[in-house]
Design a protein around this ligand. Structure first.
Ligand code: FAD
Length: 303
């Protein structure tokens, strides 16, 4: 069943990994991560490509293929900002040869300093081009608090609508730490006629400096409750990790209860954290599938 069809059946669960930055030092670390993730019941695992200016692109397709060989759907991220049409055609051919049919099509982070722009100014240009040149399922990015380059949320939603109409099958959000932003965004999408499923991107935060840098780059609010957690535990890595896991679980419980289409966990290649979150939430995530399948749910006394 395609990922798109799964949204009709259940709350979708996907994980995101990135090709390890220190290839030469520890090339097998990502495969150890995947060994754990594949057993945590994912509907898909996505693999980043050059995120945050990283140059580690060569492994993306290889890792996605390994995921597919495990019997799990993989989604290949593809930022178009520096690619020509010929580059994209070549990559589409490689993907077809590897039997990979899910692409998260992106503009990409703008490289620092001078760079040679390719043929795709916006993600929507890339998506139209991919649709013309193959049979791919297209995922795209969206921003509950607005994209940083956007003058305001209204313009951003208008642009998102153009993007979705260019051929998007489902959306994944940037991380957010205040679920209210997600609920407002979901309403705005509905009002704008954006009707594709939206997966909520959840990032378990275990490092104060890292999240401060990331949220300021991405324009994400750090809620008061979250700041208090970080300030209290920043000098105690284990407590900070557990508080980050608990915060992410709390977000997921609320989202699933409020009927989110799917959860996309930014794993940061940390299988331990993904496993803890899975163990705490999988019964909730599976609940909708059980109800749709009309299975006899066990009575409390039988559990
Ligand atoms: P777009 O949809 O093109 O939007 C970019 C900006 O242009 C927005 O402000 C939008 O409002 C505006 N815009 C769009 N269309 C128009 C139009 N027609 N006219 C005027 N303005 C317009 N980056 C990587 O490099 N590699 C990755 O692997 C990666 N993975 C990601 C995964 C997820 C789930 C997310 C949320 C982001 C990811 N990113 C990744 C980051 C992403 O590339 C950046 O956020 C980038 O700045 C925007 O990409 P986009 O595809 O959303 O761009």
């Amino acid at each position: 069943m395609s990922i798109q069809d799964l949204f009709k059946e259940k709350t979708v669960l996907s994980y995101e990994v990135f090709p390890p930055k220190k290839q030469a030092k520890n090339p097998s670390s990502i495969y150890k991560t995947l060994d754990v993730l594949k057993d945590l019941n994912p509907d898909a695992i996505s693999v980043t490509y050059g995120a945050l200016g990283a140059k580690n692109n060569t492994e993306t397709f290889k890792i996605a293929k390994t995921i597919k060989d495990y019997g799990v759907e993989s989604i290949v991220h593809l930022p178009g900002i520096e690619l020509t049409k010929a580059d994209v055609l070549e990559k589409l051919d490689q993907l077809k040869a590897l039997n990979l049919h899910n692409i998260l099509a992106l503009r990409g982070d703008l490289p620092e300093g001078d760079f040679t722009p390719g043929d795709f100014r916006y993600a929507s240009d890339l998506i139209s081009f991919i649709k013309e040149n193959g049979d791919f399922n297209i995922t795209a990015a969206c921003y509950p608090e607005g994209h940083v380059d956007s003058p305001n949320i209204v313009e951003d939603i208008k642009n998102l609508r153009i993007k979705v109409e260019s051929g998007v099958d489902h959306l994944i959000t940037q991380l957010f730490l205040n679920n209210d932003h997600f609920y407002r965004f979901r309403e705005r999408c509905a009002l704008a006629g954006i009707n594709v499923p939206i997966e909520a991107g959840i990032m378990p935060v275990t490092n104060k400096r890292q999240i401060e840098k990331m949220t300021s780059l991405c324009g994400v609010e750090l809620p008061e409750k979250f700041i208090k957690v970080m300030n209290r535990y920043e000098d105690d890595p284990i407590a900070m990790r557990d508080a980050g896991i608990a915060y992410a679980i709390d977000q997921i419980v609320d989202l699933v209860t409020q009927g989110v289409d799917g959860i996309h966990l930014y794993t940061m290649n940390n299988p331990y954290i993904a496993k803890r979150i899975f163990e705490a939430t999988h019964n909730l995530i599976d609940h909708r599938a059980k109800v749709i399948a009309n299975k006899n749910l066990p009575k409390v006394a039988q559990i």
